[in-house]
Design a protein around this ligand. Structure first.
Ligand SMILES: [Zn+2]
Length: 201
């Protein structure tokens, strides 16, 4: 603790640490700080001629790596629902088009499906873990935007919640949700102040 946190004071921390230690046994611990994407993997995604498919492929790549981390016997499989995958890929489309897009990746030999009927598992075929590590992905909420940011588009991490959001101007600091919260808090404080001033008079 002391090496990581210079102001560590054992008295302040003993109760919390004890609580965490007590609960630790209840859950299987899966601490994944993020995944490394290699140069060859980025190149493969970049070579896909369609930008939406690039985001989809990048998302599947990150998810396969995450699932490999959780289970060393995973061997590059992804078993999230289509809805979850497309939401993380930041792609808004109909169910029909979701299937078409995945099929396009299949046709180009980048993924294959599990053979079982009713099984939506996707096998990602472009993991090259041995290559040079190039991009570290630690936030899985907006993987499609992570890709766009990597490609040089104007995205920024929110100063409040850290989520990636489109940068509209240079003074923007928050995502929409956080900027709403900040504005409401400011208004509330202003009202409080006014009421206080009012009661003094
Ligand atoms: Zn935010």
């Amino acid at each position: 603790m002391e090496t990581r946190y210079p102001r560590y004071n054992p008295l302040d921390w003993s109760a919390s640490l004890e609580k965490y230690a007590k609960n630790a046994g209840k859950y299987s611990l899966c601490e994944c700080n993020g995944v490394w994407i290699t140069e060859d993997e980025l190149k493969t995604v970049d070579e896909i001629p369609d930008q939406t498919l690039q985001r989809l492929a990048f998302t599947l790549l990150c998810l396969a790596k995450f699932q490999n981390f959780r289970n060393p016997d995973n061997h590059n499989w992804v078993n999230y629902s289509n809805g979850e995958i497309y939401s993380m890929a930041c792609i808004n489309t109909t169910a029909f088009k979701k299937d078409i897009k995945l099929n396009a990746l299949k046709e180009s030999g980048l993924i294959e499906y599990a053979k079982k009927v009713n099984n939506l598992n996707i096998h990602v075929l472009y993991l090259y873990n041995e290559g040079k590590q190039k991009l570290f992905v630690s936030d899985f909420r907006k993987l499609g935007y992570e890709w766009k940011l990597y490609k040089g588009e104007k995205y920024m991490r929110c100063a409040g919640c850290g989520i990636l959001t489109k940068r509209k101007n240079n003074i923007q600091r928050y995502c929409k949700d956080c900027s709403d919260k900040v504005r409401k808090k400011r208004q509330k404080n202003m009202m409080k102040k006014r009421r206080k001033q009012g009661s003094v008079k």
